[in-house]
Design a binder for this molecule. Structure first.
Ligand code: AHG
Ligand code: MN
Ligand code: MN
Length: 281
């Protein structure tokens, strides 16, 4: 596991460099989820692939940009990753990220054993969730990641990131979001789940929602590469991660690019979601 985390640190430095130096344009192809790819999606995917395949404990890798996994002869960990999350924000120079889920015996929610994400923002930061959630920041002078602190969520936060197209929200969802704004929550939604969730984790709490909508009944965010890794981070940080009714980490993935509605937050806001969604599905 340490080997994988060390390799993620090198990946972070290389992708950070690529973001700052390579072309930010789009390409003609689409990924397995039908998203328009940017050149940096493909470059970042290759950077991660090259490093992870060198790690002896890695058995298999699959990414948001790949149709099928790449499997090795030996190793025990299955790594699912989103090499560049929020890549449509690159051209407007907002923060983006990479997300990694480390699994044993396949890719279901219950099989995740660690996760990590990288934030490429004004600063390069890394969060690793194993028994606890550790926050690191890259120090340019030392050329290494410094440990900053452990992340632990408060019971209740102040910010709200409500995803999905509002005209397609279900009424009970809209009522819940309106209710939270009515309580004084402030809107924080960039369109990149990495910086949006990083903000909630570092500001002590809040809620990020990417719900089922009438146009996307299974939500948008992908279980293996985005949802399970962040669910693991939020659970280990003392918060919650549900699909409205069920624990996200209790879910199975029917296929590699399977999606689910998802809510990540601190205890108070997750309770609010459960109340609003009870009997509404
Ligand atoms: P990606 O760039 O890897 O395709 O992921 C984008 C995701 C996620 O980061 C974000 O929270 C969500 O898409 C935003 O979706 P909307 O544009 O529908 O808000
Ligand atoms: Mn993504
Ligand atoms: Mn992506």
């Amino acid at each position: 596991m340490t080997e994988i985390i060390e390799s993620i640190k090198k990946i972070a430095v290389d992708i950070n460099k690529a973001i700052k130096t390579k072309d930010t344009g789009k390409i003609e192809s689409q990924n397995a989820s039908g998203d328009v790819q940017v050149k940096l999606d493909v470059i970042s995917d290759k950077i991660v692939e090259d490093y992870l395949l060198e790690v002896s404990s890695v058995k298999e890798i699959i990414s948001e940009e790949k149709e099928e996994p790449i499997t090795k002869e030996s190793g025990k960990y299955f790594v699912a990753y989103d090499p560049l999350d929020g890549s449509s924000l690159i051209d407007v120079n907002l923060s983006v990220g990479s997300i990694f889920g480390i699994y044993e015996n396949g890719y279901n929610g219950k099989n995740i054993v660690a996760s990590a994400y990288v934030v490429y923002g004004p600063r390069l930061e890394l969060v690793v969730a194993r028994d606890v959630v550790e926050f690191f920041r890259f120090n340019e002078e030392k050329n290494e990641f410094d440990f900053v602190k452990e992340i632990n969520l408060e019971k209740k936060g102040k910010v709200l990131g409500p995803g999905g197209t509002q005209k397609y929200w279900f009424d009970y969802h809209k009522k819940m979001i309106d209710g939270l704004f009515g309580e004084g929550y402030r809107l924080r939604y960039s369109g990149g789940m990495v910086p949006d969730l990083h903000q909630i984790l570092l500001k002590g709490g809040g809620l990020f929602a990417y719900p089922a909508t009438t146009d996307k009944p299974k939500g948008k965010l992908r279980k293996l590469f985005e949802v399970f890794p962040f669910a693991y981070v939020f659970k280990k940080a003392g918060g919650g991660a549900i699909d409205g009714v069920n624990e996200l980490l209790g879910l199975k993935a029917d296929y590699f690019h399977d999606t689910t509605p998802c809510f990540f937050g601190s205890e108070y806001e997750i309770k609010k979601v459960l109340q609003a969604y009870k009997g509404k599905k």
